[in-house]
Each structure stands twice: as C-alpha cells, then as structure tokens.
Design a protein around this ligand. Structure first.
Ligand code: FAD
Length: 404
C-alpha cells in the first residue's frame, strides 16, 4: 500500500519530500496533469516574463531528487476519479491503490464571463504554458489591458509598464487587492502603480472584449469607455479544483473541506494547498488560502502526519509576499474583518507597515519595503504576546524590539 498524491504542484511535491524526510519507506506516487515537473509559479508573473531565465530554473527540485528518493513522478497524467471503497484512484486506463491519498489539485483561473473572452490575445496567467504564451505575445504588444487588480494582475501590470507597454488596469471593486489587504495598503498601491505609468481604473469592470479577425483589439468597460488592447490578461480570481473530492462524495464548499488536521471526512484522504478550505486557527473561521507558504506548510504537516501517525492541529501563521517591480509587499497574518489600522512609517516614503486590528487584537501586519518588520510581525503573531492599538500608537513603539 502506498501514498498517492494528486497534483504535482507546490503542495504535492512538498508532501512527497516531507514523507521521505520523515522516514516513510512505502511507495509514493506523485501524479500531475501538467507536462513539467513541479515548478515555482510566483516568477511567472514577475521575472520569467522578462526572460531570458530558462525554464529549468523554475523547477522546485531536480529530476534526480525524485529518482534518488524513489518518488514515482507521473506527469501529463490526469486523475479522473476516486473509488473510496476500493481505495483506488482512476487514471486513464488504469487504477492505482492507495493507503493514503493527498489531494493537492490547486486552482484554475476563473474565466472572464464576457463576450469576446475567447478571442486570440486574451490570456489567463496560472501555468507555465500560459506564461510562455504571454511572454511571446508581450514582445509585439503595444497596448495591454489587465482585467483584475489582485496580486497577479498588479505584478503583471508593473512588468508590462516597466517594459514600455501602455497598460490599463481595470478593477471592478473600489480598491485594489480588496480581499487580502487593508484600505491604506490598497491606496498606496493604486498611487504607486499610477506613478509608474499604469492607468488604474477602479470601480470599472470589463463588459465586452472587441476583436478583429479573431484577435482582440480592445475592451469595453462598464463606464462605456473603450480601451485599445492587443493583449488582454485576465486575473479575476481562481476556482479551486475540487471536482475529484465532490465526485467522491466529500464535502465541498469553495474548496474541499478538511478538519483542523487537514483531513477530509474520509480518514484516508487529505486535501491541502489552494484546493482546500480549512478551519484557520488564526481567523477562527474556515478559509481557503492561495500562497506558497500555505501550500508548503500544509504539505509538511500532512507528510509528517502520514509518516509518523501524529495527529496535530494545523496552526501555521499565514504569510505572503508580492513583488510588484520594485515594490515589495509582505503580509503576516490575515486582515479579514479588521476594524482598526495603525501605520508605522509613512507611505509617502515608500516604506511602512499597516497594523490591522480586529476587536482590539492584532491580526495582520502588511509591510511595504520593511522586511525586518515583516519578520518581527511573523514572530509576534505566532506568539502569545498581545499588542494593543494603544501600545502600537505610543511614540516610542518599535515593532522589532516589541517582538524580540
Ligand atoms: P498548484 O501549484 O496549482 O498545483 C496543483 C497541480 O495539480 C497543478 O499542476 C494542476 O494542474 C494539478 N492538477 C489539478 N487537478 C488534477 C488532476 N485531476 N489530476 C492531475 N493533476 C491535477 N504565492 C505567493 O505566496 N507569493 C507570490 O508571489 C505568488 N505569485 C504567484 C504568481 C502566479 C502567476 C501564480 C499563478 C500564483 C502565485 N502564487 C504566489 C500562488 C502560489 O503559487 C500558489 O498558491 C501555489 O502554487 C499553490 O500550490 P498548490 O500545490 O496548492 O497548487
């Protein structure tokens, strides 16, 4: 009997690595539908677009790692179903038995549901194959419209503007990165991108993509304006790949639902990373996170649990980074539901931290250009030390000293 991991991405590869590190000596099969070995996605919206970095630099591990650790890597292979009674996963023309099954299937771009979304030159950005096409199209593009002002949209817009493209960014909500960051940080990024030449249009969505001979030529926005474009990138969120769980009768609601130990209601099946919704110890509510830290830490937790049998509650602090061409945002914690913000430093200097409080408790710290404060925030939010808004507002307050 073996462990089968579905999804050879950030989380899947880490489960396999942790299993071996923890001394697991049974067979491990890591199955992924993409043709490439597990790779880093973050560079796809950043340095990779600027080339000429080779694709092997993206790989999480050398192929020899899988060989040396007897991890069977099956690429270009879809898992099409789970038979829970027989404890088998279905691949095309084959069934594979498991003792433990880890679903690490990630997420896919939410399609832009407007007429013209199928025109040439309209691209999402999730996979290496998306990024290859985008990089090729970037070379000849003059006017670019980015639909969606989340992390990936802003990273791409910053790269395109730095390369001299005319960039318009449409965001239907009234602020950028609306879900994961505080208003103060949204405002800073809207100004910073505008200063770097991105035409940021808030409260403005795309209603139609216009084209000629099958290729996109522009975007009609909700305010009636038409923005010329020979390249449109869509970044309007993702949909978790939870179908395998759903078809197998597992609970699914914006992700495969797992318990505090990251296990589904079936004790043999775990779900982790972008595809899983788990009860967060830091939010006291179920949450689905899309970040490298979340994928890696949940994978390490699950690998340890399978290898050692140790059942613990998953408690890792969520943290995140986004590089927007010279502006680095680092987030510790989750600001969801915040009701008070205190700033350390001045956004006008391009270096500051926003401390987000909920009901008088520090819940997140969003730092721009202040890496040491970010690390201090991670220490603080992982500890039992309480920081009140009053203490944070004291003139002599220093986050690094307080968290030391
Ligand atoms: P994935 O890495 O998506 O891996 C899931 C894999 O499973 C995929 O290869 C998928 O095709 C495969 N799969 C799905 N269904 C099946 C099936 N039925 N059979 C076989 N295979 C299947 N995070 C950060 O923290 N910082 C960043 O700066 C950052 N930048 C990003 C930039 C981009 C462009 C993108 C797309 C993401 C970025 N992220 C960033 C997010 C981060 O990369 C993801 O949160 C992380 O990759 C999630 O890992 P995962 O293993 O859960 O999913």
């Amino acid at each position: 009997m073996s462990t089968v991991i579905v999804g050879a991405g950030q989380a899947g590869a880490q489960v396999a690595a942790t299993l071996r590190k923890e001394g697991y000596d049974k067979p491990i099969t890591l199955i992924g539908n993409e043709p490439e070995p597990p790779y880093h996605r973050p560079p796809l919206s950043k340095a990779f677009l600027l080339g000429p970095a080779g694709e092997t630099a993206l790989h999480l591990r050398d192929e020899s790692f899988y060989r040396d650790n007897t991890i069977e890597l099956r690429l270009g292979t879809w898992v099409t179903g789970i038979d829970r009674t027989a404890q088998k996963v279905r691949l095309t023309g084959e069934a594979l038995a498991y003792e433990h099954l880890v679903l690490a299937t990630g997420a896919r771009p939410r399609p832009l549901a407007v007429p013209g979304a199928d025109l040439g030159g309209v691209l999402p950005l999730r996979s290496l194959s998306d990024a290859r096409e985008l990089r090729a199209r970037m070379t000849s593009a003059r006017s670019v419209v980015m639909v969606g002002g989340g992390f990936i949209g802003l990273e791409f817009a910053a790269v395109a503007a730095s390369e001299g493209r005319e960039v318009t960014l449409l965001e239907a909500a009234d602020r950028l990165m609306g879900r994961p960051v505080t208003e103060q940080v949204s405002r800073y990024f809207a100004d910073a991108h505008a200063e770097r030449g991105v035409r940021v249009r808030l409260g403005t969505g795309a209603v139609e993509l216009l084209g000629r001979r099958g290729e996109v030529t522009g975007v009609r926005a909700t305010d009636g304006q038409i923005h010329a474009a020979d390249l449109v990138v869509t970044g309007v969120g993702v949909v978790p790949n939870s179908e395998l769980g759903e078809q197998a009768g597992l609970a699914v609601d914006n992700g495969i639902l797992v318990d505090a130990g990251l296990r589904t209601a079936d004790p043999r099946i775990h779900a982790i990373g972008d595809c899983a919704r788990f009860p967060s110890a830091h939010l006291a509510a179920p949450v689905r996170l899309e970040s490298v830290q979340n994928a890696v830490d949940q994978a390490a937790h699950t690998g340890r649990r399978i290898a050692t049998g140790e059942a613990r509650t998953y408690r890792e602090l969520p943290w995140f980074w986004s590089d927007q061409k010279g502006i680095r945002l680092q987030i510790a914690g989750l600001s969801t539901g915040y009701d008070q913000v205190h700033l350390l430093g001045d956004p006008a200097d391009g270096r500051f931290s926003a401390l987000a409080f909920r009901a008088g408790r520090l819940v997140a710290v969003e730092s721009v250009g202040r890496p040491a404060e970010h690390l201090a925030a991670r220490r603080l939010l992982s500890s039992e030390i309480e920081l009140t808004p009053v203490r944070a507002a004291a003139p002599d307050f220093d986050l690094k000293t307080f968290a030391a």
